[in-house]
Each structure stands twice: as structure tokens, then as C-alpha cells.
Design a binder for this molecule. Structure first.
Ligand SMILES: Nc1ncnc2c1ncn2[C@@H]1O[C@H](COP(=O)(O)OP(=O)(O)OP(=O)(O)O)[C@@H](O)[C@H]1O
Ligand SMILES: [Mg+2]
Length: 259
């Protein structure tokens, strides 16, 4: 469903991704981790077709993004929901206008019809529509804004693929929990392929069963939790070092649950 084959990518003369290959099947959830600047967000930009690789191929449903016209890429992006690193809501539009953005811009539906869908979607992402639909995003907490952003991505694209860039960064534990539960619910209830980029390894562990660690533009690890924990690659060990305690905790929990 999503496949990168031997991808090299650089901005200007700086090579950012080197020989990246992986495949993510339908309904699979994968977490991409790695130090700041290692190329994680760039991978998402490639999957969205916002950038094209200098070498190798990016395939979505076996279609090569590089050879698509802008129009075809726009079509493709309709099936991909993206929650950007900075949340990126429109400040001057209400929560309702943000969530209904795509329907307002690209369909002839009346506001009344759109509003109905927006209210439904706000409920789905665990927010009280009556309370917030007419508010500006700045009046909401960070966690609520992130959920509005997820709602907007869902309503705009009815996606088969969801991409989240650092969905929990900067959130308090309760909001983090809410956003993670929402991501899990989505992955479970709709057959969506999911890529989550995150620094927060404790969160990563609750989202996915497969982990890709990027180090300076290369894949240092791709596999399951047990393999990750035992990985002997120095780059992976250095990255995971500070998180050993939380990994041990998760391992214990998994063991108790028989996973
Ligand atoms: N538009 C751009 N032009 C030039 N260089 C860029 C651009 N965007 C990113 N880079 C560089 O590409 C490299 C990878 O950036 P990327 O944003 O993919 O990293 P990241 O892993 O997402 O980091 P973070 O965890 O801090 O978000 C960095 O060295 C960055 O400086
Ligand atoms: Mg990033």
C-alpha cells in the first residue's frame, strides 16, 4: 500500500535520506522514530508527494508518485489524511470551519449539511461540539487543537492512509492519552494504514507493533518491539538509551497481558 524503494532524497545539495526502503501494508500501523533532523518529516512529505526522490521510487497502491501529474497527486492526497507537526489549524476560522474546511472549499454542500457532519466528527474525536464549534482554535488547549486537526484530516479526505507528525509533542499526559486513544481507535475501526512519527517512545509503544528507527537519513532498525529492545546496532542503542526504563515497563505490561 505504501512502499519506498531505495529512495535517496536531498534538499539542494544535502542528502537527507539514503537508500530508504520499506513497505507498509493496508491497515498496518508503523511508528517512525529517530533524533531531530534525521529525516522523519521528510519521509512523510515524500509519501504525500510534496517532494520527489532523486533516486528510487515512492509507491502508493503500486502507483509511482514521481510520474504523476499535479492533478493526479491532488487526487491521491484526497485519500491521505495528514496531521502536521505544528497542528496547523487556521487561526482566523472557527473550529467548525476548520473541521469542515474541505467540504466548504471543495463541495457545494450547504453549511447546514456540513455542520451536521462537523458535529458528528467532533463527537468522534471526543470533543463537545456545542461547546467549541463556534470558538477560535486559540481558545482550546493543545490536546483539543490536535484532536480538531485530526478531525479535519478525517473529514477532508475519508482517508485510507493517515500520517501523523509528532501528534503528542507538547501535550500533558491526559491530552496525550486522549490523542493516542483516538489514533488507536481510528486504526482499529477503519481500515487505515498509519504512519506516526514521534520522539515519545512511550507513546510509540502503545500505538504500533512495528518500529522504524531512522538515523542520519538511514534505516537503522525496522521490526517489532522484542527485536527493538534487543537490537545491538549502536545507533539504535544510543537513541533508545534514555528510554530503557519505559521500554522495560512496557515489556513487563506486554508480558502480563500475554502479548
Ligand atoms: N525545506 C528544507 N530545505 C532544506 N533543508 C531542509 C528542509 N526541510 C528539512 N531540511 C533538512 O533536512 C533534514 C531532515 O529534516 P526533517 O524535518 O525530515 O527531520 P525530522 O527527523 O523530522 O526532525 P524533527 O524531529 O526535528 O522534526 C534536516 O537536516 C533539515 O535541516
Ligand atoms: Mg519532523
Amino acid at each position: 500500500m505504501i512502499e519506498l524503494r531505495n529512495v535517496d532524497f536531498g534538499y539542494e545539495d544535502k542528502l537527507v535520506l539514503k537508500n530508504i526502503s520499506f513497505r507498509i501494508d493496508q491497515t498496518e500501523s508503523v511508528v517512525i522514530m529517530g533524533p531531530s533532523g534525521s529525516g522523519k518529516s521528510t519521509i512523510l512529505r515524500l509519501v504525500l508527494g510534496l517532494e520527489c526522490p532523486q533516486r528510487g521510487e515512492v509507491l502508493i497502491d503500486s502507483q509511482n508518485i514521481s510520474v504523476m501529474s499535479e492533478k493526479e497527486k491532488r487526487e491521491l492526497r484526497k485519500s491521505i489524511g495528514m496531521v502536521f507537526q505544528d497542528g496547523a489549524l487556521f487561526d482566523s476560522r472557527t473550529v467548525g470551519e476548520n473541521v469542515g474546511y474541505y467540504l466548504i472549499e471543495h463541495t457545494k454542500m450547504s453549511w447546514k449539511e456540513i455542520e451536521k457532519k462537523v458535529v458528528e466528527m467532533l463527537g468522534f474525536v471526543g470533543l463537545d461540539a456545542d461547546e467549541i464549534i463556534d470558538k477560535l482554535p486559540e481558545l482550546l488547549s493543545g490536546g483539543m487543537q490536535r484532536r480538531v486537526a485530526i478531525g479535519r484530516a478525517l473529514l477532508s479526505t475519508n482517508p485510507r492512509i493517515m500520517l501523523y507528525d509528532e501528534p503528542t509533542t507538547g501535550l500533558d499526559p491526559q491530552s496525550t492519552e486522549n490523542v493516542l486513544a483516538l489514533i488507536n481507535k481510528l486504526t482499529r475501526e477503519r481500515s487505515i494504514s498509519t504512519i506516526v512519527v514521534t520522539h515519545q517512545i512511550a507513546d510509540a509503544l502503545s500505538i504500533a507493533d512495528r518500529f522504524i528507527v531512522i538515523h542520519e537519513g538511514e534505516i537503522a532498525y525496522d521490526g517489532d518491539f522484542v527485536g527493538l529492545r534487543e537490537c545491538r546496532d549502536e545507533r539504535v542503542r544510543a537513541f533508545l538509551g534514555p528510554f530503557r526504563a519505559s521500554m522495560d515497563l512496557v515489556a513487563e505490561k506486554r508480558f502480563m497481558n500475554g502479548v
